[in-house]
Design a protein around this ligand. Structure first.
Ligand code: PLP
Length: 497
């Protein structure tokens, strides 16, 4: 009885699936081979991209899937910003491991739902193992945690766990306003997730104390201590401190050991946002910088950043899994009766905000299996070396000023020979010039950088989380940027800037 008794239009007969899949994989292999020779961006306007998609009405009838897949493969490849390109060095967006893409096909074809163990037996066990491997990679002593969509969600989950654990009343039932104002402490370089967390948890962004940083953009522990003491004296309730291990702008690592010691002394939750930088803790030469990471009550880390997992994969690690259950568990009657054995095996929906959960662990797990711990250590070390190399090249170049270099981020700015950067009167002009250079670079597609602003100075910023970037390409980058710089400078001078 192999004949289906229903002919659902969305189903694909296995032979059709096979033929379409083979064709798609062939096209994607060609795409990967062509990456280095492509332009990073198309430079198209939103209207042009919208026109390429076509102003289609909702289709009432279907299209031949072979025609459809051929069409959409071209559409997506030809009109995307290619973050897997060797010259893509913007934000903290990595090149994606091809094995992860194949893993995604497997994950979505079998389609387990990791909300609960019975719906995803092997997938749940793979997620549990993946989380344990991530923790082990970082040297974090607890194997507990779960995968989420990305860094923001990982930090939010930890934030909610901290709130539940450290508020002196039951915040889940009584809410944030049922006691003294809860306060959180972060460096002024902290990523914007903290505002969303304070806002969405009902504490309000005024609950955030922005602690000043030193010359390397790292939190100053004495200022943290003072802020906590002041708030306590004012009747507020300090709850949580966030140390960042790899800030988004410059890659700075806060003094984690000192922050951890302060948290213990004041009985506060110690969270580390290692969304970007935490994987560097595995490099012996960075061990000192990351001292104290193991003390954290929770850590956010993003496999889709420095483990090169295709989007999306974030991970939150906690010292004690009970903290997540305490913060998230509900057990409605329409879910199976509690079963001790299954519960111990993990019903992930009780440990985080998501209910249905996809098999994002597979693509992370496959990366670890393909290259092992040592493979990741090598790639991360190489990325850091690339960022240093770029910093050295721009510093040696007469038309650039190198400004910061930490982890795999370098910041610098273009300074034309006829502009004196030490004169404060030129700051605004240099800010405008460098912002225009960045726009021009991004539009041209020759390379893709982003920016940082430090002490009101606008900087070009390259972040290497890209296993396709090479020394040769880094070496020619400063001159490519300088060419754009000269052109933009001339244009601005012409219009009287
Ligand atoms: C330090 C830090 N935290 C959190 C995030 C947010 O991560 P995601 O974009 O995966 O949500 C980022 C993103 O760059 C980051 O650098």
């Amino acid at each position: 009885m192999n004949q289906p008794d229903r002919n659902a239009p969305l189903d694909l007969p296995p032979d059709t699936f096979r033929a379409l899949g083979h064709q798609l994989v062939d096209d994607l292999a060609d795409f990967l081979a062509s990456l280095p020779g492509r332009s990073v961006t198309t430079g198209e306007t939103p209207a042009e991209v919208r026109a390429a998609v076509g102003d289609l009405a909702l289709p009432h009838e279907g299209t031949d899937p072979a025609v459809l897949l051929a069409e959409v493969t071209r559409l997506v490849i030809d009109h995307s910003t290619l973050n897997g390109h060797p010259d893509f060095l913007a934000f903290i967006t990595s090149s994606a491991a091809p094995i992860g893409a194949l893993g995604d096909l497997l994950a979505s074809t079998v389609n387990p739902n990791l909300g609960g163990w019975p719906l995803a037996p092997v997938a749940t066990e793979i997620e549990r193992q993946t989380v344990r491997w991530i923790a082990e990679f970082l040297g974090y002593p607890s194997p507990h945690g779960l995968l989420v969509s990305g860094g923001n969600m990982a930090n939010l989950v930890a934030f909610w766990a901290a709130r539940r654990a450290k508020a002196p009343w039951n915040i889940r039932t009584s809410g944030a306003a049922a006691g003294p104002r809860l306060m959180v402490y972060v460096s002024k370089e902290t990523h914007t997730w903290i505002q969303k967390a304070a806002d969405l948890s009902g504490m309000g962004t005024e609950a955030i104390r922005w602690i000043p940083t030193d010359g390397r953009q790292r939190m100053i522990p004495s200022a943290l201590d003072e802020a906590i003491l002041r708030d306590r004296a004012d009747g507020l309730h300090p709850l949580l401190v966030v140390g960042t291990a790899g800030t988004v702008s410059t890659g700075a690592v806060d003094p984690l050991a000192e922050i951890g010691a302060l948290c213990r002394r004041h009985d506060l939750w110690f969270h580390v946002d290692g969304a970007y930088g935490a994987p560097a803790a595995a490099l012996p030469e960075w061990a000192d910088e990351f001292r104290g990471l193991a003390e954290a009550d929770s850590i956010a880390i993003d496999p889709h950043k420095w483990f090169y997992t295709p989007l999306q994969a974030g991970c939150v690690l906690v010292k004690d899994m009970a903290h997540l259950r305490d913060a998230f568990s509900y057990h409605p009657p329409y879910y199976p009766e509690k079963d001790e054995a299954v519960d111990a095996a993990l019903m992930y929906h009780e440990y985080g905000p998501e209910n249905s959960r996809g098999f994002r662990a597979l693509k992370v797990w496959l990366g670890f299996r393909q290259v092992g711990r040592d493979g990741f250590v090598t790639m991360i070390r190489d990325d850091i070396a690339m960022a240093r190399r770029l910093f050295d090249r721009v510093t040696d170049h007469p038309e650039f000023e190198g400004v910061t270099q930490d982890l795999s981020i370098a910041t610098f700015r273009y300074v034309p020979p006829d502009v004196d950067a030490s004169d404060p009167a030129t700051r605004e002009y240099l800010n405008t010039l460098n912002a225009r250079i960045l726009d021009r670079l991004q539009e041209s597609g020759t390379a893709y950088l982003s920016n940082a602003v430090i002490d009101e100075v606008y900087l070009l910023r390259a972040c290497v989380v890209n296993f396709r970037t090479s020394a040769g390409r880094i070496d020619v980058l400063p001159e490519k940027i300088a060419e754009v710089g000269r052109e933009v400078h001339q244009g601005l001078r012409h219009i009287g800037h």
